[in-house]
Design a protein around this ligand. Structure first.
Ligand code: ATP
Ligand code: MG
Length: 393
């Protein structure tokens, strides 16, 4: 539901607002650039303007929905509202709200509220917010069929935000991802497996401002073409949130190492494999100047992810390993994967051999993992990272 002829999107930022003046201005510029890139990438006919500490997207009424969606897919955006711009005069505002209510008569529900605010200099208008709420409330009341006012839990809210010379009339605040504009934090290496979890984890780091450098380990007989296709497809999805960032995937050959681990390592096999993986990520991180690693691990989701095993394996690298899904249930992760659009590609069927041992270690110490680790494995991690191929998605 939006006002008829709405042609502007009001974009509110999230954590950008808690920064000091100079940092905030920088972040706002970054947010504008990122939103512009998404608008352009989707072929939406719209322009982005930064005014006060807000972004405004100007579009035709036919493109305003798509422009709003672009804003709510931009990291750092708290919410976005398709709005109608009218002069900051009581008559114009009241009539716009009345028209909006009439247009949506059947869809409003039984109860409504008017929420009016004024920003900027308060003596710019001959009316108060309360005056507006009363007058506009009467106009909306008249436009609807037998409605009731409910200020606590209304079915519909008619908003007006009045600036010095313009006012914005809108009826919805569509939630964005929140977080910080992409590119305002140092990059991280994202270990992506093509499963459900890892793309969600990568997305969470992007949401906090870190561009990602995706790394996929090619596992030979234990992975396979389908696995790889899933990893590629999910990264392609993530790219839609970051069209102005380079997002090539690094494919690291690890089939030989998997064969070796399957032959030589028993219960601690998966833990040795995790250490190898972190080491590969660390080498890539050095090469691209990334500040950490992100994985889709969650406590207890698999035997390699018990609190003790995470402790024992993490010591393979000095880099921080970020695990944004750490405390989430699989169902929560799946729900998020659906929401961000990576779920479908994560579940393309992939047939491959199982690398996990029958009786995996669940209570490892660093010593156990080190004793199980074949000689020279970390050297092979370095070589594997050097042999990576960079694939554009
Ligand atoms: P996902 O966790 O992505 O759903 P999964 O559950 O099959 O896949 P796990 O065995 O749980 O994978 O692996 C834990 C994490 O290790 C993954 O979230 C991912 O970050 C990383 N990982 C696993 N396999 C690979 C791989 N082949 N290449 C790169 N990273 C991987
Ligand atoms: Mg997993």
């Amino acid at each position: 539901m939006r006002p008829p002829e709405a042609d502007t999107v009001l974009v509110r930022h999230a954590d950008v607002g808690v920064k000091s003046g100079k940092v905030q201005a920088e972040m706002e510029r970054r947010l504008r650039d990122n939103l512009e890139a998404i608008v352009e990438d989707r072929g939406v006919d719209a322009t982005v303007e930064r005014r006060w500490s807000r972004l405004f997207v100007h579009a035709d009424p036919e493109s305003v929905d798509a422009a709003t969606d672009a804003a709510t897919d931009t990291f750092g955006v708290r919410s976005a509202s398709p709005a109608l711009v009218v002069p900051a005069e009581a008559d114009a505002i009241v009539s716009a709200l009345g028209r909006t209510a009439r247009e949506h008569r059947g869809a409003v529900g039984d109860t409504f509220a008017v929420d009016a605010r004024r920003a900027g200099t308060t003596d710019a208008h001959p009316f108060t917010s309360k005056d507006l709420e009363n007058e506009a409330g009467a106009a909306v009341f008249e436009a609807l069929d037998d409605p009731e006012v409910d200020l606590d839990d209304p079915d519909a809210v008619f908003y007006v935000e009045c600036r010095e010379d313009e006012a914005y009339v809108f009826t919805e605040k569509r939630p964005g991802p929140g977080g910080l504009p992409l590119g305002t934090q140092a990059p991280v290496v994202a270990l992506v497996s093509g499963g459900i979890d890892s793309p969600v984890a990568a997305w969470e780091l992007m949401k906090r401002g870190s561009p990602i450098v995706p790394v996929y380990l090619e596992l030979g007989d234990y992975g396979g073409a389908d696995h790889e296709a899933r990893a590629m497809e999910t990264v392609r999805r993530l790219r839609e949130y970051a069209p102005n960032f380079e997002l090539a995937i690094r494919k690291v050959p690890a089939g030989d190492v998997m064969d070796l681990l399957a032959e030589e390592v028993g219960p601690a096999r998966m833990l040795v494999y995790r250490q190898f993986m972190y080491r590969v990520a660390e080498h890539v991180a050095r090469e691209v100047n990334a500040a950490g690693i992100v994985t889709g691990e969650a406590i207890g989701q698999k035997s390699s992810q018990t609190t003790r095993n995470l402790g024992a394996t993490s010591q393979a690298t000095a880099l921080p390993i970020h695990r944004p899904l750490l405390t989430m249930d699989k169902s929560e992760i799946t729900e998020r994967a659906r929401r961000i659009g990576t779920y479908r590609d994560s579940t393309i069927p992939a047939g491959c051999n199982r690398i996990a041992p029958d009786y995996p270690e669940t209570n490892a110490t660093l010593e156990i993992v080190e004793n199980a680790r074949p000689a020279g494995l970390f050297e092979r991690a370095r070589e594997a990272a050097e042999d990576a191929t960079v694939v554009e998605v």
